[in-house]
Write a protein that binds this ligand. Structure first.
Ligand code: SF4
Ligand code: SF4
Length: 166
């Protein structure tokens, strides 16, 4: 007769499941979901690629620059890329809405390009990556970041030293 008690209890309490996809569904606090990438903050250090155990993140050198790829379907949501990223260029959201048709599997990726530029100081070929602003006092202004983005590693080092960054 246990099922009768269960039936009556459920009738009184109402349904315990979410109405998703016809309404919002509960998401736990600190849920580790879809990874996002912010190209403008990336220093091209490639730490995220190194720590990503399943190989969901990959950088490839191309004639145009350094190509970033992150496959959502390979990601295991461990959070290591966010943990080791020095500039918060990569982080996990609590978005778990990732169901998709097989036909769309190749769209489940982030593709970005850190392009090559000519160093504005010496003309050398360099990646237009962001400088690491950690511990810089006073913080970089948007203009300073833009200037450093357009410098080669040598000229950037000189410019950072003048700014008091070791
Ligand atoms: S969360 Fe983990 S598996 Fe997913 S991209 Fe980051 S390091 Fe790789
Ligand atoms: S700055 Fe962050 S996102 Fe960019 S390569 Fe380094 S760890 Fe990856």
């Amino acid at each position: 007769m246990n099922y009768v008690r269960t039936l009556i209890r459920n009738l009184i309490r109402g349904p315990s499941t979410e109405v998703y996809p016809f309404g919002p569904a509960w998401t736990p606090v600190h849920f580790r979901g879809r990874v996002e990438f912010k190209l403008s903050s990336c220093t091209a250090c490639r730490a995220c690629e190194q720590v990503c155990a399943p190989g969901a993140i990959r950088f490839d050198k191309t004639p145009e620059g350094l190509r970033f790829m992150l496959w959502h379907n390979t990601c295991v949501f461990c959070g290591l890329c966010e943990y080791y990223c020095p500039t918060d260029a990569i982080h996990q959201t609590d978005d778990w809405h990732m169901a998709h048709a097989t036909a769309h599997q190749y769209e489940m990726a982030i593709r970005e390009l850190i392009s090559y530029v000519s160093c504005t100081a010496c003309g050398a070929k360099a990646l237009a990556s962001a400088p690491n602003p950690a511990g810089v006092v006073p913080p970089f202004t948007a203009e300073e970041i833009e200037i450093q983005r357009n410098l080669c590693p040598g000229c950037r080092k000189t410019a950072l030293a003048e700014r008091g960054v070791k």
